[in-house]
Each structure stands twice: as C-alpha cells, then as structure tokens.
Design a protein around this ligand. Structure first.
Ligand code: ATP
Length: 472
C-alpha cells in the first residue's frame, strides 16, 4: 500500500517527476485526487503541490507535455492550471496558513509539505503521494487517513476546535463527506462542530448551499441531515426544516414526526432518481406541516392545505438558501403543490376525469410526481404500503391509458379566447374568460369530448346563458 507508483498511470505524473527533478523542486499529488484513488472513485481533478514555485513547475510541465497543453496562470493566487483532456490539473506552492477571527481567508506564507498537510480539513483529504525522484509513488499519510478510511471515520488533522473555528466551512465539508461516504464523524470533531456552529455565520450562503446540494446528492442524504440537526447547524442554516421535528400528543393521539418522515421520503426517492430538484421537492413536500397543523377532536391531527402553503413557501426558502429562482424552483413548487393528488387518487376510485385533470396540471412532470408520491409511502404497516403501491400502479396504468387516448400532457383546449371573441363578436373581457374556463372544465370532467365540434356546441350554450349572441 505504501508505494502507489503503479497507480500513477496518468501521463502527467511521469512528466512532473522529470520537471520536479530538473527544477530541484519536490512535488506531490495531494488531497481529493489521492483520497478518491484510494476509495476507487476516479477523479478528474488533480492537485499538485510544489515545495517551491508551483507556477514555474507548471510552466515546465506544460512545455514538456507539448500538444497545446498551455498553462493558465493565476498570479494573485500563486496557482497555475493545465487542462489535459477532461482532466483539470492544478499546481500550487506549499502553504502555511494563519487565520484571523473574523474571516475564513487566511494569511498565507510559503510552507513545507507538512505545513500544507496541516492546513487540510480532514485526515482523508490530507494524503499525498510523492512525485519526487528518490521516493516516487510513496504515500505520505501523517495523520493516519488510511486507517480512518478503513474504519469509515471523519477526523481533522489538527485540533478540530481550531480547524473548524479557522474555517467554519470545514464543518459543512466534514458532514458532507460523512454523507457521501457513509462515514461516522469521530467524537472530538463532532463536539468541535457543536462548539463552533455559530461560526457558520461568516460563511457565504452560496458556499453553504453548495455543500447542502452535495449532501442532497449523496446516496443516503439523511446521514448528512441528521448530523446537521444533531450538531445544531441545521437550526442556523435551514430553520424551517427544524420546525418539522417533534411529535405532539392530544387525547392519546399523536402525529408522526415530520422531520424523520421527510428524511425517509428523501432517502426513498434517492434510490430512484439522481435529479437534484426532484430530491429538493421530496425534502420540501411537507415543509408547511408545522404551520397548518390542527387538532380536531373528531378527526385527530390534520394538516389541511399544507401542500398549497408549502408550495408558496418555496420561493422564500430558495431565496434564503441562494438556490436558483428560475424554472427549477417552479418545478419544485409544482411538485410540492401536487404531491397529494396521486395519493388521493390511489385511495379512492380512480375516475377518468380525476386522472385527466392531474395530467393537465402536472404536464411533463407527471412521472416525477408519481416518483415523489411513491417515495412518500413510509407507513410501517406493510399491508398499507402494498395496498398504496398497488393503487399507484393502477393510477399509472390509467395515466397511460388516458394519455394515449386524450393526449393531455401540454394540452390546450380546442377553442381559444380569440375564437370565443369572434364567435360572439365581443371584445376581450370577463365573459370570454368565463366561457374559456367552462370549456376547459367540461373537457377535464369528461362532460364533453376533447374536440372542436363538442366544444363549439358547449360554447354556444354557455354564451347564451350569459346573454351573448352567436354570430358564427
Ligand atoms: P469535491 O471535489 O468533492 O468538492 P474535494 O475535497 O475533492 O471535494 P476541493 O474542494 O477541490 O475538492 O478540495 C481539494 C482539497 O483541498 C481537499 O481534498 C482538501 O485537502 C483541501 N481543502 C478544500 N477545502 C478546504 C477547506 N475549507 N479547508 C481545508 N482544506 C480544504
């Protein structure tokens, strides 16, 4: 395990070896690429640290690589980059960092390899492999990162209290890696996060949501959210979600804990989709339950309208988390709004008109909506689960049947507002809207067929009721 030269198959490594020797500058591949190599997760980002000038090393490497592999130099940062196919190779000089309390931006001076490994966030991210002539391929693991990998443990190289206080983003990174790799955070760094949680305030919202999104894309995101909750970070970065936590009991009747229910729905959906925004819809589907919770002596706990209120909460949550306020957000809103609809269908008799209406409202997102609803079945009662799943199958079947028959996705009624204005020789106004809606509803309810002839007849009748004269 200690010599990994056989694993350094990328052609750049042999060139760096030559150049480092020529310039007499020790060089190492370090950080995420080494971690991912050992975890068997191929990575395209290679970070090379030079004990000397990273830029000079990169220039020589680029020259020797030839073939148009030019070097991009970022003088202000003291870094250089070579793009090699789809590999991004970064060069930097070894650094020693010291921090001020108000900022996560350290003052930086030149440092040894050891200094550079000391400034890393986690032991598994502090591994380096030598690209030097004497010991090419040797693994340098001063903090036993390999042992932590074997045990599935997240630890910091130095005192976690200082590591997290210096750069509080590392708390999010520690939790994100725990979620991505399904690792446990050791007791000391976990306590370090609890102590330093308020420091997250100096981190930009964009960086925080970048890590949140990585947690969302983990195979089992609940691992990350439980850690965020248990350490108290979630209360600071996403308080609306914390309100879902807890169970209330009145007259011996309890509702379920919506925090853990939500996490289960999220984990469920992750088995079936990589779509980040569908995962967000799962996370937010019940977000308004705390605000709509009522106890009705006859019915027990109810959350009437939580889908509508939840959908209206989405823009504020997205804005606060600096998530995109575009069609992705609208998609999440739509799924939150509609998330009960297939369940209602599955519980009752599935009528054509209810299915038609759902197809009309969900449009192209109908399959994602069904995926969300299936993930939402978290009952411990296996009989109920099977019953709902079976009913969903029926709903899916009906959806397909009606889709084929009526072509309702992206549907537009056969008569437009302009047609109505012409037919009655009236200007745009309230009546036109009323007739247009009535036609749409009649088709959705199956009262008339989805064709021009029946819709025209219906329009004439409706117009008459409103005192309009049909002029053809
Ligand atoms: P990913 O590519 O999954 O975001 P990564 O750790 O591989 O994660 P980078 O964020 O590019 O990728 O970081 C590269 C390396 O830099 C890390 O492996 C770690 O050694 C170090 N590093 C990154 N961020 C920090 C930080 N906030 N504090 C200390 N070291 C860091």
């Amino acid at each position: 395990m200690n010599n990994l030269k056989d694993k350094l198959t990328h052609p750049v490594f042999a060139i760096v070896l030559q150049c480092a020797d020529e310039l007499n500058v020790p060089a190492y591949v370090i950080g995420g690429w080494v971690r991912d190599l050992l975890l068997g997760r191929p990575s395209k980002d290679i970070d090379i640290v030079a004990i000397g000038s990273g830029i000079e090393l990169a220039k020589l490497v680029s020259k020797k690589l030839g073939g148009g592999h030019k070097v991009n130099i970022y003088k202000n940062f003291g870094t250089a980059q070579i793009v090699y196919g789809d590999y991004d190779i970064e060069f930097v000089g070894g650094r020693k960092e010291s921090y001020q309390f108000e900022s996560r931006k350290p003052s930086v001076e030149n440092g040894t390899l050891e200094d550079d490994q000391n400034r890393r966030d986690l032991t598994i991210n502090a591994l380096a492999i030598s690209l030097c002539k004497g010991d090419y391929g040797t693994l340098l693991d001063p903090f036993n990162g390999i042992d932590d990998m074997k045990l599935g443990i997240i630890r910091t190289p130095l005192n976690p209290d200082i590591t997290f206080s210096d750069d509080p983003l590392r708390m999010m990174r520690a939790i994100r890696f725990a979620a991505q790799l399904n690792y446990t955070i050791a007791a000391e760094p976990l306590a370090g996060i609890v102590t330093n949680k308020e420091r997250i305030g100096i981190i930009s919202k964009e960086r925080i949501s970048d890590e949140l999104n990585k947690i969302m894309l983990a195979p089992v995101p609940s691992v990350g959210f439980k850690l965020l909750f248990d350490t108290g970070l979630l209360h600071l970065i996403f308080p609306q979600m914390v309100l879902l936590y807890g169970v209330e009991t009145i007259d011996g009747k309890s509702h379920k804990d919506n925090f853990y229910h939500t996490l289960q729905v999220l984990d469920n959906i992750c088995k079936n989709t990589e779509n980040l925004w569908l995962r967000w819809a799962a996370l937010l589907h019940d977000i308004a339950k705390p605000q709509t919770k009522r106890f009705e002596p006859t019915h027990g706990w109810t959350f009437h309208g939580h889908e509508d209120k939840g959908s209206r909460m989405v823009p504020k949550i997205f804005a606060e988390l600096k998530l995109p306020l575009n069609e992705k957000m609208k998609y999440v809103q739509k799924l939150v709004l509609l998330h009960l609809r297939p369940i209602v269908l599955a519980k009752s008799e599935v009528t054509d008109s209810a299915v038609r209406r759902l197809l009309f409202e969900a449009g192209d997102d109908i399959d994602d909506l069904m995926c969300l609803c299936e993930a939402d079945i978290t009952s411990k009662n296996e009989y109920k689960v099977q019953k709902y799943l079976k009913n969903f199958e029926l709903v899916r079947h009906k959806l397909k049947e009606i889709e084929e028959k009526d072509n309702m996705r992206n549907w537009q009624p056969p008569i437009s507002g302009e047609d109505i204005m012409k037919a009655f020789n009236v200007p745009a106004g309230k009546e036109v809207g009323l007739i247009k809606n009535a036609i749409r509803e009649a088709i959705l309810d199956g009262i008339i067929k989805n064709d021009v002839q029946e819709a025209t007849q219906f329009m004439i009748t409706k117009g008459k009721e409103l005192g309009l004269r049909y002029v053809g």
